[in-house]
Design a protein around this ligand. Structure first.
Ligand code: PLP
Length: 392
């Protein structure tokens, strides 16, 4: 076979900018390329690989399930789905669940519930800088020209509010508001946490106008920030919670969870999916939920996250011309630079460390939740080396 990168150009619609590495294997927090190089992976498949690569319990759950059956269709309810739903309900405190294949698909279902319960004329609001997916409904929720331009007309009755801008919030939300979608910590937008004051104002308006609050926890949920869900940092109880990314242990899986009042809005035939809640994905997901919620991983992420942010803040003091701000919680951190970051990503890669750049000037790290202090130390010393060299 030719070089896979040349082949890709020949075969694929070019929607992705690929990392020029040919990965042959993953283990724990490391990836290995064809040349035998070992990389510390600090963005873990875009917040998916919470337990790293080749986790024995995940692999065992998958092979155990595929030896029974891989797929039955949603005409059947299966045991792995029941166990998975039970755990999601238990740890979120919600009352009903629908299983999808991805984040964007889960958000589509949520839009349908909102429309059905609130009517077609009421408006759904989302926030600038947010990201909710790429299918048409979710794309309309994603208040960003970068993603929407060229694809209009979009869905009707969806409006946008400036994130963390209480004035804009108070001016727009009223009795005609059906719902608000929020990422309590924005991921793709550059790791921006909602401010406490902003969330208080949302809650005040929610009491007054009783719209639905939807927490998009696809990236920030399931232990990523050191709490089960990012909304817990704000003492908020959403009406709907959406998860995906890490929830299937690396297999395609997503879910939306609803409160008791919303449990019976969608009825037989209203919504569905062929693959959603695939039993193998649920079997893998069960291991993720066990490890994150029952085996102390949360506490460790919280502690190590504080350690990591502390070291990054010191780095910021050391290199004020480079680093503008350090944001985030747990293992969801953005380091904003005073310049565009793609070069920096390459320098990390040259030093066998994989990080991501989002919103042009933000180095985003999403380490697997199993990452330890020694990995954090390696990452920080690599970062320091790079910045030192750049400042010479
Ligand atoms: C990734 C992401 C989505 C979309 O999920 P897909 O599985 O890629 O469709 C939606 N919302 C947030 C916050 C995300 O990070």
């Amino acid at each position: 076979m030719n070089n896979i990168f040349e082949k890709e150009k020949e075969l694929f619609i070019s929607t992705y900018k690929r990392i020029p590495l040919e990965i042959v294997k993953g283990e724990g927090v490391y990836l290995y390329d064809k040349e035998g190089n070992k990389y510390l992976d600090f963005f873990s498949g875009l917040a998916v690989n919470a337990l790293g690569y080749a986790h024995p319990a995940v692999n065992e759950a998958i092979s155990d399930q595929i030896s029974k059956y891989i797929h039955l269709s949603n005409y059947f309810i299966t045991e792995p789905q029941i166990r998975f739903a039970e755990k999601l309900i238990k740890y979120s405190g919600m009352s009903g669940v629908f299983l999808s294949n991805s984040g964007t698909e889960a958000n589509e279902g949520v839009i349908k519930i909102i429309r059905k319960v609130k009517g077609k004329d009421k408006k759904i609001y989302t926030f600038t800088g947010g990201f909710h997916g790429r299918t048409y409904g979710a794309l309309t929720l994603t208040a960003s020209e970068k993603y929407q331009q060229g694809f209009e007309p979009l869905l009707q009755n969806i409006g946008y509010i400036k994130f963390n801008d209480s004035e804009d919030l108070l001016a727009k939300v009223d009795s005609n508001t059906a719902a608000i979608f929020i990422e309590f910590i924005q991921g793709e937008g550059g790791i921006f946490p909602a401010s406490g004051e902003f969330v208080k104002n949302i809650e005040k308006l929610r009491k007054e106008f009783s719209f639905l609050l939807v927490a998009d926890e696809i990236q920030c949920g399931l232990g990523r920030t050191g709490k089960a869900f990012a909304y817990e940092y704000y003492n908020v109880k959403p009406d709907i919670v959406v998860v995906a990314k890490s929830v299937g242990g690396g297999l395609p899986l997503g879910a939306f969870l609803v409160s008791e009042e919303l449990k019976d809005i969608l009825t037989a035939g209203n919504h569905g999916t062929t693959f959603g809640g695939n039993p193998v994905a649920c079997a893998a997901g069960n291991v993720i939920l066990e490890k994150v919620f029952e085996e102390g991983l949360l506490t460790r992420v919280k502690e190590n996250g504080e350690y990591l942010i502390d070291l990054l803040s010191k780095l910021k003091e050391e290199f004020p011309k480079d680093i503008k701000e350090v944001r985030g919680k747990g293992y969801m951190i953005g380091i904003e630079h005073n310049y565009e970051c793609s070069k920096l990503v390459e320098q990390f890669r040259d030093r066998k460390t994989l990080v991501n750049c989002t919103n042009q000037n933000v180095i985003r790290i999403l380490p697997p939740l199993i990452a330890e202090k020694e990995h954090i130390n390696f990452f920080i010393s690599t970062y320091r080396e790079i910045l030192k060299e750049m400042n010479q």
